[in-house]
Design a protein around this ligand. Structure first.
Ligand SMILES: Cc1cc2nc3c(=O)[nH]c(=O)nc-3n(C[C@H](O)[C@H](O)[C@H](O)COP(=O)(O)OP(=O)(O)OC[C@H]3O[C@@H](n4cnc5c(N)ncnc54)[C@H](O)[C@@H]3O)c2cc1C
Length: 444
C-alpha cells in the first residue's frame, strides 16, 4: 500500500506520523511538499518579528531528517503537485529546484495543502515592502526588510488575528503602527461590545486604528511609501496585508467537491467524495457543532487533529472527527482575548432565539490580588438555556475560562450546568464563585 500526502505541515505530518504507527512493514508513506521546511508552527511567526521568539528555526517542530531517518517517511522537498488524476490514482507536478516533472502513483491520498493569504488586486501591489505573513520565508523577508530599511512606520491592513498579533510585535520592535480596517470594529468574530476593549487597548499602546475605510492602492517609487484608501492617504515604510485566506485547492480536479470558499468537503472520516482521497486541515471543512454545518475555521488546533484522524482512517482504524466549536485565543498587548461557539451577532443571523449576559469580575479572590480583571459574555438559547457561545477578555485566567466554555459547548451543556459545575477553587485562582459561574448566575 502506498500512502501519498500533499503538504508537509500540521495536517500532513500528523497524518503521516499516524500512518507510520499503523501501517504494515512493506507499506510506503511519501510526503510531497513544495517548500523545503517541514512541520513548523506558523503560530509562532509573529513573535519572531519582535524577537520574543529568537529565530524562525525555533518554530520548526521536527526536521526533515527526523521524518526520513527516524520515521521512515519518504519526505520530499520542492515537490509541487499540480494535478491529481483520480482515474489512474496518480499525482503529478514539478520539482521546483530543477524544473523536472514527477509522477507518483497512490493507493490512498491525503490533501493537506493549507491556505494562502488573499492579496487583492490593488494598484501598486508590486512595490517592495508589502507583505503577507504565512510562512518562514515570509518572516525572513519581513525581518530583512525591517533591518535594511530601518522602517519606523507600519500599516497593517485588516484588524483580525494576524493583524493584531503583528501590531503587538511591531510596537515591541519600536515601530509606529496603524491598522486600517474596512468595518467598524477590530476582530470581527467578537461582538462589538467585547471588541471595543481591544480598541481601548490599541489606543493605550499608541496603535492608530482607522475604521470604515477601504484600501484602494499602494503608492511609492520602487518601494511602498503610502497606502491610499477611499478616504485618505497614509504615509508608511512597510505594509502588511491580512484580509483573509483562500484554500490551496486550485490544482485539484473539478470532480472533487468543494465549498463556497474552495475548501474541500469531507465527511467526519476526512473522506472526500472521491474514493481513496482524503483531506484535512486548513484546506478542508470543519463541521461546526453549534452551527450544525460545515465551516472553514483554519486553525492549527484543528489541522493537527484532523490530520491524525485522517491518518488513522487511511490506515485502517475507523475513527470520526466529531467537529469543532470554534475556540480561539489571542494575546494583544496586555489583554488575552478568547471566543468560542458563535457570537451573539452570528446566533441572531442563524435564527437562534437567544440572550446574552455579560459580567466583569476579578479572575482571583479580591483580597488576594485586586489588579486583574476578566470580562465574560455568554450567549444562550432562550427555550433550553443551552450555551451557544462565549467571549472572554481580560488580564489573567482567560484561557482557563474559555476552555471550560468550549467543553460545555462540545457537550451541549446548559447555563445551569455551568453554574453548578465542579470547578476548582482557591484564592490565587478564582473566587468561590468562579467568574464563569458569576456570569452564568445572571441567566437564572
Ligand atoms: C501568522 C500565523 C499565526 C497563527 N496562529 C495560530 C494560533 O495561534 N493558533 C492556531 O490554532 N492556529 C494559528 N495559525 C493557523 C495554523 O498555522 C494553521 O491552521 C496550520 O498551519 C494549518 O496546517 P495545515 O497543515 O492545514 O496547512 P499549512 O500549515 O498551510 O501546510 C500546508 C502545506 O502544504 C504545502 N502545499 C500547498 N500546496 C501544495 C502543492 N500544490 N504541492 C505541494 N505542497 C503544497 C505548503 O507549502 C504547506 O507547507 C496561525 C497561522 C499564521 C499564518
Amino acid at each position: 500500500m502506498r500512502y501519498v500526502i500533499i503538504g508537509g505541515d500540521a495536517a500532513g505530518m500528523s497524518a503521516a506520523m499516524q500512518i507510520t504507527r499503523n501501517k504494515s512493514e512493506n507499506d510506503e508513506v511519501i510526503t510531497l511538499e513544495r517548500g523545503n521546511i517541514y512541520s513548523y508552527g506558523q503560530c509562532g511567526l509573529p513573535y519572531v518579528v519582535s524577537g520574543t521568539v529568537e529565530s524562525t528555526e525555533a518554530v520548526i517542530a521536527r526536521s526533515i531528517d527526523f521524518f526520513r531517518e527516524k520515521a521512515g517517511i519518504d519526505a520530499r522537498v520542492f515537490h509541487e503537485v499540480t494535478n491529481v488524476d483520480v482515474q489512474n490514482q496518480i499525482v503529478s507536478g514539478t520539482i521546483l529546484d530543477n524544473g523536472e516533472s514527477f509522477q507518483v502513483h497512490y493507493d490512498r491520498l491525503l490533501i493537506a495543502t493549507g491556505v494562502k493569504p488573499k492579496k487583492p488586486e490593488w494598484e501598486g501591489n508590486e512595490l517592495d515592502g508589502i507583505f503577507t505573513l504565512k510562512t518562514i520565508p515570509d518572516t525572513e523577508n519581513i525581518m530583512h526588510y525591517l533591518r535594511t530599511t530601518e522602517a519606523s512606520q507600519a500599516t497593517i491592513i485588516g484588524g483580525g488575528f494576524i493583524g493584531l498579533e503583528l501590531a503587538e510585535n511591531l510596537i515591541e520592535r519600536g515601530l509606529h503602527v496603524r491598522i486600517i480596517q474596512r468595518g467598524s470594529q477590530l476582530m470581527n468574530p467578537l461582538d462589538e461590545d467585547m471588541a471595543n476593549l481591544l480598541l481601548e487597548e490599541a489606543k493605550n499602546h499608541n496603535i492608530e486604528v482607522i475604521f470604515d475605510e477601504s484600501v484602494e492602492a499602494f503608492e511609492g517609487e520602487g518601494a511602498v511609501s503610502a497606502v491610499r484608501t477611499d478616504q485618505g492617504t497614509y504615509q508608511t515604510d512597510i505594509a502588511f496585508v491580512n484580509v483573509g485566506i483562500t484554500p490551496n485547492t486550485g490544482f485539484l480536479p473539478s470532480s472533487l467537491h468543494k465549498g463556497d470558499r474552495h475548501e474541500i468537503i469531507t465527511n467526519s472520516y476526512m473522506e472526500t467524495n472521491i474514493a481513496n482521497i482524503y483531506a484535512a486541515g486548513d484546506c478542508a471543512t470543519q463541521y461546526h457543532l453549534i452551527k450544525q454545518k460545515n465551516d472553514l475555521v483554519p486553525l492549527g488546533t484543528h489541522a493537527n487533529k484532523q490530520g491524525m484522524v485522517a491518518g488513522l482512517n487511511m490506515s485502517g482504524t475507523r475513527m470520526p472527527f466529531p467537529g469543532i466549536v470554534g475556540a480561539s485565543i489571542l494575546k494583544f498587548c496586555g489583554l488575552d482575548i478568547g471566543r468560542t461557539g458563535i457570537s451573539e451577532k452570528e446566533a441572531r443571523e442563524l435564527g437562534f432565539d437567544c440572550t446574552s449576559v455579560t459580567k466583569t469580575s476579578n479572575p482571583v479572590a479580591n483580597y488576594y490580588d485586586e489588579t486583574n480583571w476578566i470580562k465574560i459574555k455568554l450567549i444562550y438559547e432562550n427555550s433550553t438555556k443551552r450555551l451557544l457561545g462565549g467571549q472572554v477578555i481580560g488580564t489573567k485566567g482567560v484561557d482557563k475560562r474559555l476552555d471550560v466554555i468550549s467543553t460545555c459547548l462540545y457537550q451541549g451543556l446548559l447555563t445551569t450546568d455551568l453554574l453548578l459545575l465542579d470547578l476548582s477553587y482557591a484564592p490565587p485562582f478564582n473566587s468561590v464563585w468562579d467568574p464563569l459561574q458569576q456570569t452564568a448566575k445572571k441567566t437564572l
